[in-house]
Structures are given as structure tokens and as C-alpha cells.
Write a protein that binds this ligand. Sequence first.
Ligand SMILES: Cc1cc2nc3c(=O)[nH]c(=O)nc-3n(C[C@H](O)[C@H](O)[C@H](O)COP(=O)(O)OP(=O)(O)OC[C@H]3O[C@@H](n4cnc5c(N)ncnc54)[C@H](O)[C@@H]3O)c2cc1C
Length: 530
Amino acid sequence: MPTHDIIIIGSGHNGLVTASYLARTGFKPLVLERREMIGGACVTEEIHPGFRCSTLAQNVGPLSPRIIKDLELERHGLELIQSAVRVFSLNTNGASVGIYEDTKRTVDQLKGVSAKDAHSYPEFISTFARIGRAISPLLTMTPPDIDKPAKSELWSLGKLGWAIRGLGKKDEYRLFRYGPMAVADLAAEWFETEALRATVAARGIFGAFAGPWSAGTSAALLMQAATDGHAIAPSTLVKGGMGALTQALAKAATAAGAEIRTSADVTGVQIKDGQAIGVVLAGGEEISARAVISNADPRATLLKLIDPSELDPSFLTKIRNYRAHGAVAKVNLALSALPTFSGIGNWDAVEKLSGRIHIGPDIDYLERAFDAAKYGDPSPQPYMDITIPSLSDSSMAPNGAHVMSIHAQFAPYQLKTGDWNLRREELGDVVVNTLSNYAANLKELILGRQVITPLDLEKTYGLSGGHIHHGEMSLDQLFAFRPLIGWARYRTPIRGLYLCGAGTHPGGGVTGAPGLNASREIIKDLKRGS
Ligand SMILES: Cc1cc2nc3c(=O)[nH]c(=O)nc-3n(C[C@H](O)[C@H](O)[C@H](O)COP(=O)(O)OP(=O)(O)OC[C@H]3O[C@@H](n4cnc5c(N)ncnc54)[C@H](O)[C@@H]3O)c2cc1C
């Protein structure tokens, strides 16, 4: 008899969502986390005495409202902070552009930049809201069985098709055209101002090994609209940093009956007659269970934790070809005061800076930043997505001081020369120097600096290839292709071994959707006794 009901490898937010739903159904999951703390990419850590930062992910995806409600996350301590500004795009030699939650405010501000863009913006917003609503059922759907789709799956796909038809010809045409398009083309169809085009295009390349001229980058705008009804990502922080989100999820999971162990590094999944029967930890401890669910990414799970002789050679080849070339670094700064940014007025600077701050003033800048990565070099002038959480959450830094969380792209996992351990500080300098072009007094305010390279993302946080989404979110790795065609339904070729992380549909971002979908499929199997 197994000693445990279900083992979940990893306590990222998706692993904890899966644990909660399983526990609420009466199972007793045991979550095993290799690090000394839970949370995966959603953690808050002290980066300098008195300064706390969301070390990796900084904005919530958004997290599925259904998960917040079902798991009573607010009762378990979750407090979201919604900024009135989605993103403010800085520019050293042109207009800065702000995207507010409120369309009218955005239009009023755009009027000072381009009358044409101010006119186009409301139609842009309403188009993506309509398309997003129509395709949103995709996110909570298990991708269909390609060989033998069940009647219920055909019914769900039919309903989706019906919703898309309901969009009318113009939007339907837009939807099918946009998916494979380069996001630079899409942005240029709607807007003439370079800063606005680049701000829109940034959503298409966030976390991707792709530039705005790469085919298929518009798909990320459609995914964002499906999640949020808006093509441009929101600025939603968690009070106490992203670690407070995973703490609330952990409380929900344990209150429902799950157990969580940290410093429990799983080194292998035990398999007998093609069935997962437990795991082995570093140090040799063996734990048996009815089923094993992995929140680790597909490559880490299937290439590192499974004896290759248990997998079909063609499956192994396909999983080896699953693309996860990380391109993101993180630089977190402890600052003695708020820097002075050029291009924004003084009176409302705090509000403008309280959402996401975009650095990448035109499409060419973003593409050049990617060019470097294609050839194995870090961008000399990276694209950046920045938040200053201490502006809206005083618990993050001492009074008057600030913490700045910088997502920097592109920093390729595979370098042409040198290695990341030797080039870490060079990367930190590039980020700070580039940002100093927009905030001249930045350097003199820096009290502490944390630089996290793609290699650190792999070694410390367990992300294969340093990929922030557990694998590229490109058209060939989405929906029924995530992680592989034929294996997109959270199950693996090993019976009783499942995936529940960002490497499954609908992919990366702090949404909880992969964890929720996986739990539904796993509960079905466990209740059937298969
Ligand atoms: C630098 C960075 C910035 C990001 N920015 C944002 C953002 O602003 N907004 C957004 O929505 N998304 C962002 N993302 C993406 C998002 O955070 C991830 O897609 C998402 O959090 C993945 O969640 P997960 O639960 O699937 O996996 P993870 O959070 O990666 O969790 C997996 C867990 O499994 C554990 N694990 C792995 N192997 C083992 C093992 N052998 N034994 C035991 N435990 C193991 C890991 O330690 C980890 O805790 C960012 C990600 C990164 C890395």
C-alpha cells in the first residue's frame, strides 16, 4: 500500500492550486518543494536589509477570479493592489505614453501625442475585449484528445466555434489573421506613434525568445485578451509581494488537508510496470503514492526525473525538442529614494510610476534588443518591464526608500562567450546604465542590487533553460501542442504521472489556470481508479 495518496513535486502557484482542489475533493496531497521556501516563481525575498522584493514574477497574470473565490484566498490573506495605470512607457526623445485602466483617460492623454491614435484606441480596446470574451473558454478547457475526441470535447469546441461565429465577420477575420502575425505588424495597423506601437508590441514578446518582427507574436495579445479582456497586461501587485500570493494558496491548501514539505528535492520518480508509484528524494528517502503530479517544467520532469528507458524513444526526441531557451534576467534594486524620471510631469509622477514602467521606445529598439540574443549576446540596451512596488505597498521598503523590480530582456540562457557566473555584474551594469538614460540620478540612489541571470533561474529556481514560462509560448507549443501534441491533457506516457505547471495549457503567467485544469483531469482519473 502506498504511504501517501498523491505527491505533488513543486510548490509553485500552479502546484498549490492543484493541491488545493485535490484536497477539497477529499484527497490528501503531499507537496514536496526542493527549495527551503515555497512559491516557485512567486516569492518575496529580502534583497537588502529592510528591502523586500518579488524576486521573480512581479505582476499577477491576472489570477483566475474563480480560483480566488473557490479557494477563499482573500480570507487566507491575499490582497491585490490594482494600479490605475496599466503601463507607462518612457521615452528619452519623444512622447511618453500612458495606458490607463480607464479608456477615456488614455484617449485624453493620447490626444496630445496623436489625434489619429487617440481616435483608434477605443476601437482597439473594444475589439480585443470582444475577441477575448469569445475565446476565453479556451483557457479553462482541457485540449481535446486529438485521436479520439470525446463527445463532450466536440461539444465544447462547437460552443467555442459558435461564440467565434457570433463575433461577426470582421472580428472573426481579425482573430484568424492576428494569431500568426508579427506583433509589430499588428501594432502598426492600429497606431502611428512609435512609443505606443512598442508598448503594445511588448506584450507579444514578454518572456519570449522572439522579437516584435517574429511571426506568431500577436498570439500573446490574444491570450492576454482571453484572460483579461485587454490586449495590454495589467498592473496588479500583491500586498507583501508575490510571495504573499503563494502563502495564501498554501494556507488554502493546508486548510483543506494538504501537507507541504520544503527542502525536499525530488531526484526521481519511481515507476513499476509503466505506473508511477512514488518518488525518491535527494538523500535517498523514498515516498510511495497512488499518483505523482509534477509542477516542475516538462523538460525537468520528463528528462531528469524519469529513467529514459521508461519512455518511448520518439516521445523522448519530441520532449528534447520542446523549446525552452530563456531570454530574461531580473535585476532588483534597493533605492534610498524615488529616482527622477525624465519625460513625466512632477505632479502626477507617483501615479504614473505606480503601474508597470515600459522601457523600449520604438519597435526597432525592441527588435535590436532581440537581435543580440539571437547571436548569443545579452542586449546592450535591453527591453525592460519595471515595477516599483513600494509606491503602493509600504511593507516593501523603509519609509521614503524604494524597491525597484526590473524584468530585463534579452539575456540569452546560452551565451556565445563566457558564462553567466562571470558576466552577472556586467548584466547588472547594462541594465542600470540603460535605465540611467531615463532616470539620471538612479545610480546615486542604489543601496543594493540583486542580479538574477537565466542560469540562476535554472539552478536556483528550477526553470529548465531559464525559461520563465516553462517553455516558449509560441503557436507550435500552445493549446493541443503544450507541451506536445498527443500529450496536452496533463497526463504523460507514464500512468499515474501528471503535469500541472506552466508547461501545460494555457501556459505561463500567474493565472493558476494550468493548475486548475490539471486538477480537474486528475480528479476524474483518480475517481475512476485509473
Ligand atoms: C523572472 C520571471 C519574471 C516573471 N514575471 C511575471 C509577471 O510579472 N507576471 C506573470 O504573470 N508571470 C510572470 N512570470 C511567469 C510566471 O511567474 C510563471 O509562468 C509561473 O509562476 C509558473 O508557475 P508554476 O507554478 O507553473 O511553476 P513554478 O513557479 O516554476 O514552480 C515550480 C516549482 O517546482 C519546484 N521544483 C522543481 N523541480 C523540483 C524537484 N525536483 N523537486 C521538488 N521541487 C521541484 C520549483 O522549485 C518550484 O517551486 C515570470 C517568471 C519569471 C521567472
